[in-house]
Design a protein around this ligand. Structure first.
Ligand SMILES: Cc1cc2nc3c(=O)[nH]c(=O)nc-3n(C[C@H](O)[C@H](O)[C@H](O)COP(=O)(O)O)c2cc1C
Length: 145
């Protein structure tokens, strides 16, 4: 069984609802999923995951501090070749998603599903998150073959 962990933060619930859609899509694709708030997440939560999926809204042009902290922690793990993906909700500029994708790709050498899913606040198509989850599931399965 393939495993994925979704680690996200959200102040007002928009990114959280995207996380739940991605969780559904991963399950549709036959992947076992754990959903975690970034504030309580540790490297231990990532250790058995074939795919690591990070979610953050953009505030003041940045990802939330909890995701920045986790990305610093992730330097200590060997994530090379594992599947990574990023998502988040935004209002107008949406920097968090590309920043998380770039770090997973360039710093950790992960196999990143691009582009990440950047959902404009209140205009997100509920099916897009589920589809993104299915796409990540497919990448995790292809990587293990
Ligand atoms: C104080 C504040 C700062 C924000 N800064 C940005 C920003 O720099 N760029 C952007 O695209 N959206 C910005 N937003 C909009 C949020 O990203 C948007 O409301 C998002 O849906 C929040 O997601 P959440 O419900 O998961 O917290 C800001 C919102 C607030 C309240």
């Amino acid at each position: 069984m393939y495993r994925a962990v979704i680690v996200y933060d959200s102040r007002k619930g928009h990114t959280e609802s995207v996380a739940r859609g991605i969780e559904q899509g991963l399950r549709d694709g036959g992947v076992e999923v754990t959903l975690k708030k970034a504030t309580g997440a540790t490297l231990n939560d990532l250790k058995d995951a074939d795919a690591v999926v990070l979610g953050s809204p953009t505030y003041h042009g940045e990802m939330m501090a909890s995701l920045r902290t986790l990305l610093f922690e992730m330097e200590k793990a060997d994530l090379r070749g594992r599947v990574g993906a990023a998502f988040g909700s935004y209002g107008w500029s949406g920097e968090a998603v590309p920043r998380m994708s770039e770090t997973m790709k360039h710093v950790f050498g992960m196999n990143v599903v691009e582009p990440g899913l950047n959902v404009l606040e209140r205009q997100g198509d509920p099916n897009s998150a589920r589809e993104f989850g299915r796409k990540i599931a497919q990448s995790a399965q292809e990587r293990r073959r």
